[in-house]
Structure formats: structure tokens, C-alpha cells
Design a protein around this ligand. Structure first.
Ligand SMILES: [Zn+2]
Length: 91
């Protein structure tokens, strides 16, 4: 069973994806999305790096401020492109 994720869904799960507690199946789907969607890969990569910096200081999930900033940045990207990214399941 393959359930393709939209970028919005990916971003909603991103917090948990970077956490170790995520369900392995969902994790695999997110991994798949990242490998197919350059936009989300960038977000994932940036967030992961940011998270590592934060974790070096204190053990915390992604701060909401950073998360919403990433969401906004991605949103603008999509609008600038005038379409959906390659990883989207929209037909
Ligand atoms: Zn995506």
C-alpha cells in the first residue's frame, strides 16, 4: 500500500520524523517523499541541521517559530513556482 504524501502533510509530520518515535511505516513514507521532492528535502535538511544545533544546547523538539517560518518559506516557493512539487499526490 502506497499512500503518497502532499508537501503539507509531510511538513505536518516533519517534527515527528526528526524525532525517533515515529511509526516506521509513516517514517518510510516521509523518507520516500523527501527522496522525491527537492523542496521538502531542503526543508528536511535545513530543519535537521537546525535541530542538531538546538539539541546541542537543550533537548527540545523543533521550536514552533522555526517550524512556521519553514512552512511560510515553502508556501512562498510553491506560489512562486505556480504549481505543486514533484512529491505531491495531487492529480
Ligand atoms: Zn514535498
Amino acid at each position: 500500500m502506497t499512500r503518497l504524501l502532499t508537501c503539507k502533510q509531510f511538513l505536518q509530520e516533519l517534527n515527528e520524523f526528526l524525532d525517533e518515535s515515529l511509526d516506521p511505516q509513516i517514517r518510510a513514507e516521509l523518507q520516500k517523499h523527501v527522496s522525491e521532492c527537492p523542496n521538502c528535502w531542503v526543508v528536511y535538511n535545513t530543519t535537521e541541521k537546525t535541530l542538531k544545533v538546538f539539541k546541542g544546547m537543550e533537548a527540545k523538539p523543533i521550536p514552533e517559530s522555526i517550524r512556521s517560518r519553514l512552512m511560510e518559506a515553502l508556501d512562498r516557493k510553491f506560489k512562486a513556482k505556480g504549481g505543486k512539487c514533484g512529491g505531491s499526490a495531487e492529480v
